[in-house]
Structures are given as C-alpha cells and as structure tokens.
Write a protein that binds this ligand. Structure first.
Ligand code: BTN
Length: 330
C-alpha cells in the first residue's frame, strides 16, 4: 500500500477519538485537501470513516478483507504483532519468519497468509492451507531460555489454541501429545516449532500455527477426512478469521507473560487440563516392548509421563503411542 495511506491509517488507529484534518496534514506533511482525498479512497476500499465538524476523522469499521491494517486495528497488545506482515499467498509463513529473524526483527513479529502453497507440517509432511479457510501464521520468538526448554513454548502454544476454542464455543478441544489440537478425536490444528540455537542459547524460534477454521467437510482432503476436521465442521458455523487471529495473539501474549514471570507450572496444568487421554490407559510400543500404561501428564522438558500397570512411572519421548479408538497414529 502507498506509504502515506499506510501512515494515515496508523495515525487514525493510534488515536482513540477523532483526529483533525489539520493534525493529520501536519503529521503526514501533506495538504488538507490531500488528506480529504485519501479519506475518500479509504471509504471506497470499504473503510467506514466518520467525519465530525471541528473534531475531525475517526475510523468506525474496517473492510472485511484481512490486511495488516485490519489485523492491527484494536489489537491492543504490548509486544505481540508490533511488527505484523500479511500476505495473500506465500509458500510458507515459516520461511518468511526465518528471513525476518535473520534481519534482526523483534520478538513477537508475526507473519500471516491467506494461503500457503507449500505449507509445512511436522516430520516433513505437507500442511494443506487453502485460501481464506484457516489461520496460517508464524510467530518469531526470542526467548531467554536454554534450548532444552524450547518444547515448553510449543506446549504453551497448544494451550493457547485450546483455551481460545474452549472460551469461544461449545466445542471441547483436546491436546494430543505433544501438540495436535483435536476436536471429537479429529485434528483441527497443528504446531510446528523450528529453532535456531547455539550450544546453550536459543537465537530464535519460529512458531508456526495452522488451524483449519472454515473448511466445509468436502474441503478437507478426502484421504485425511477420517482424522482431520475444521472448527466449522465440528461446530456447525463459520468463524471470523480476523477476530480469531487477534484473539490468539492477545491470549498468546498474556500466556507468554505468565510463563515468563511464573515459569512452566501454570502452562503445565493448563496443558494437562486439555490433555487427550490423560488419566486413561493406552498402549505404547517401543523397539523393545509393547506395554499398557495410564497417561499422567507432561514433564518440564515436554516429555509425556505414563504409569505402567506395575506402578512404575516412565517418561516418554518418541515412543509410538496407540491412541486407541477414534484416535490415530502420531
Ligand atoms: C503439524 O504437522 O501438525 C504442524 C503444522 C503447522 C502448520 C503451520 S501453518 C503456518 C506455518 N507455516 C507452515 O508452513 N507451517 C506452519
């Protein structure tokens, strides 16, 4: 977008009340007539702008289409999304955040796309990211943590998404260890964490979240329909993607601040509250043996804790878990 237009929207955004044409013209270094012309262009683009004599201008509502401006409007966060980039189409938001990280962009930088044509999932899988149907977003984090604690941020992100859904619908989200979000046993969201670290310091983390929001059942690829779903399929109605993104960013910031000040314990409890099959018996097979165990919770290093039938407790990292009826293999 033309930079004066962008600055104009930012000025209107920052200002809670009205801002006069004179003030805008001073700040932008353009004539009052030019301000007025820009206002008319904004109205044509779907912005609803109120002009009150002797008070000035105020944006009442933004166009429906997602953009950097509409996402920033009313976001009201301290650090999350202070740098926010929106694209219509990208290969993968992960790659863009890696580049921004290398350019030195700050903690909380966010990249969102309407569509990804090479969306990345965990374990080198693809992540289907159709246009305008979901939330495809990556966040740059620069935590002051040793690399071993990085999995805590993935667990944190999963609790944020679970809380968001639980607080805004009648749905019952569950987190399948380590970080798949399920509704009615089907995956609606996944998290991909990529870390750049030196021996004992994290340089940065790119935390990618993919959430299937408004796909109808026939828009979920047929071969994964038995195990994947969307909020719309499970809840029966469309969600406002823009408002949901803003909500995630706010909740993420709040949860991250609690994590920074109080440590992992609160996050752990929240994760366990949403944990899939916590308290239930499942089958685990490793290279050596197959055994039954009750899932108890998670560990500070992100491992899963399980209790064998003989009472012995074990930490699981990458054992193969048979999630049982309705579930599917990780
Ligand atoms: C998983 O396999 O469960 C993780 C999926 C992560 C997908 C998100 S969508 C936004 C970000 N960009 C990507 O290419 N992948 C992540």
């Amino acid at each position: 977008m033309e930079s004066t237009r962008k600055e104009l929207i930012e000025l209107l955004n920052k200002n809670k009340g009205h801002i006069s044409g004179q003030e805008l013209s001073n700040q932008l270094g353009i004539s009052r007539t030019a301000v007025w012309k820009h206002m008319n262009e904004l109205k044509k683009d779907g912005y609803e702008i109120e002009a009150v004599q002797r008070k000035g201008y105020k944006i009442l509502s933004y166009p429906d289409k997602i953009s950097e401006n509409t996402l920033r409007w009313g976001l009201d966060t301290k650090w999350m999304g202070n740098e926010l980039y929106h694209y219509d189409q990208v290969e993968s938001t992960q790659e863009i955040v890696h580049q921004l990280a290398k350019q030195g962009k700050p903690h909380g930088t966010v990249v969102i796309a309407d569509e990804q044509v090479k969306g990345k999932g965990r374990m080198a899988r693809n992540w289907d990211s159709p246009k305008g149907k979901g939330i495809w977003m990556s966040i740059l984090l620069r935590p002051n943590l040793p690399p071993l604690q990085a999995p805590q941020l993935t667990l944190l992100a999963a609790t944020v998404l679970a809380k968001l859904i639980a607080e805004n619908s009648d749905l019952n989200p569950q987190i399948k260890w380590p970080n798949d979000l399920l509704i009615n046993h089907k995956k609606v969201s996944g998290i991909l964490t990529e870390m750049q670290a030196e021996q004992d310091t994290i340089q940065y983390i790119v935390l990618g979240m993919g959430m299937n929001v408004n796909q109808g059942e026939d828009e979920i690829p047929e071969k994964i329909r038995y195990k994947a779903s969307s909020l719309k399929v499970e809840g029966g109605h469309d969600w406002n993607i823009q408002a949901t993104i803003q909500h995630i960013l706010r909740l993420f910031e709040r949860t991250y601040d609690v994590f920074e000040s109080q440590g992992f314990e609160t996050i752990k409890k929240e994760w366990e509250h949403f944990g899939y099959k916590i308290g239930e018996e499942i089958t685990i097979s490793t290279m050596k043996e197959t055994w039954k165990a009750t899932l108890i919770g998670i560990e500070p290093d992100g491992a899963l804790r399980a209790r064998r039938r003989n009472g012995r407790e074990e930490k699981l990292y990458s054992a193969e878990i048979h999630w049982g009826e309705g579930g599917y293999h990780a």
